[in-house]
Design a protein around this ligand. Structure first.
Ligand SMILES: [Fe+2]
Length: 153
């Protein structure tokens, strides 16, 4: 059975997790406003989770015969998560909304990963996407709670 699409979605995830780690780091550095003292270290936790998944996904890709993107140039060319130059003029709500948007995108990418791995019969890769999706959905709930809104999954 072919695993071409599984390798593609795993590598897309590699590029997106790399980019998202930088986006969260920017939030960590540039945030200003209410709850800074709690949210600044929370971004460190998010980055740790994202970087852990990045390694798991890349190594799974290698295990099934693929070659993960591994340069900043490749990450930035392949990712679908946008970035922008850092600035201090965003409200805390705007900052968190940018992070939340990234998690929503990744959650949908996990859904695609679950479908593709099902079609190609790779349940080990699928398990990674399921685990990641569950954790991301919990984070989405928490970020929405901080913003005073419902999760809207
Ligand atoms: Fe720091």
């Amino acid at each position: 059975m072919s695993n071409v699409k599984t390798k593609e979605v795993l590598n897309q995830t590699v590029a997106d997790l790399s980019q998202f780690s930088a986006v969260i780091h920017q939030a960590h550095w540039y945030m200003r406003g209410t709850s800074f003292l709690a949210l600044h270290p929370k971004m460190d936790e998010f980055m740790d989770e994202v970087n852990d998944y990045l390694d798991v996904v890349a190594e799974r890709l290698i295990t099934i015969g693929g070659s993960p993107f591994s340069t900043l140039k490749e990450f930035s060319e392949q990712t679908k998560i946008k970035d922008e130059i850092g600035s201090y003029d965003k409200t805390m709500t705007e900052r968190l909304s940018i992070v939340l948007e990234g998690f929503h995108y990744l959650r949908n990418l996990c859904t695609e990963g679950i479908e593709v791995t099902e079609a190609e019969g790779d349940h080990v890769s699928q398990d990674i996407f399921i685990d990641m999706k569950g954790n991301i959905e919990k984070t989405i709930w928490m970020l929405h709670a901080e913003l005073g809104t419902a999760p809207e999954l």
